[in-house]
Design a protein around this ligand. Structure first.
Ligand SMILES: [Fe+2]
Ligand SMILES: [Fe+2]
Length: 223
């Protein structure tokens, strides 16, 4: 497990760095804008600074959340990889990898820096995933239920904010967030189906994990 933890912590920065580098011209190092004739792939340029700041906060915290989710599933897999739950957790982790990749690309294209808290979320996410998995499959699933419920609520509040701001302008971002929100809810429901509520201290664990997630969301929007 020690080797798996070390490898996981070291390898985890590469997708962020690769995605950010991929958008630089190899000769002049200038940013390359993709998306063809319209000049963007998903998010149109912001009409004013206040809206740009709002979007930057949203994208930064979404990226941080997906990054943290990846670390949690990595921690769970370090403990439960060879159990019956391994393939199911791997499936959810694969979906989280795809979510993170999307936000890596969006951050790079829109020149939004990731939160400075990533090194902490790297370790904290892994420790949370591994420690709850050490309680057994039910512990891991209780963690999944707590985290995914908070993330789905967070995405719902973003959907409301974007609908209030300009639903036509943000139609593609809204679509992406809704798709990801639906997969987070699938993870939540999977956790319940897999006996999350049988975990020792389920309700206390859920309250504590959700408080931690909300604090992490609050910090990641600002720092
Ligand atoms: Fe996700
Ligand atoms: Fe998820």
């Amino acid at each position: 497990m020690h080797r798996a933890v070390s490898r996981s912590l070291l390898n985890d920065w590469s997708p962020v760095v690769t995605s950010l580098n991929a958008l630089k011209c190899s000769k002049c190092r200038a940013a390359v804008v993709w998306g063809g004739a319209r000049g963007y792939s998903l998010l149109p340029p912001s009409p004013d600074r206040a809206e740009k700041a709002m979007l930057d906060r949203m994208l930064r915290v979404d990226h941080a959340g997906e990054y943290g989710a990846n670390r949690i599933y990595a921690g769970q897999m370090a403990v439960l990889r060879r159990t019956q739950s391994g393939p199911l957790i791997q499936h959810m982790w694969d979906q989280e990898k795809s979510h993170l990749q999307k936000f890596n690309e969006i951050l790079a294209e829109n020149r939004v820096r990731p939160t400075l808290m990533l090194p902490l979320w790297n370790v904290a996410g892994f420790v949370l995933g591994a420690s709850t998995a050490l309680l057994g499959k039910e512990g891991a699933m209780a963690c999944t239920v707590a985290v995914e419920e908070t993330i789905a609520e967070h995405y719902n509040s973003q959907i409301r904010a974007l609908m209030e701001a300009d639903p036509d302008r943000y139609i593609e971002l809204l679509q992406l967030i809704k798709e990801i929100r639906d997969e987070e809810m699938e993870h939540h429901d999977t956790g319940l189906e897999q006996d999350a509520e049988s975990a020792p201290g389920y309700w206390l664990m859920k309250i504590l994990i959700q408080a931690g997630c909300k604090a992490a969301i609050c910090v990641s929007e600002r720092v």
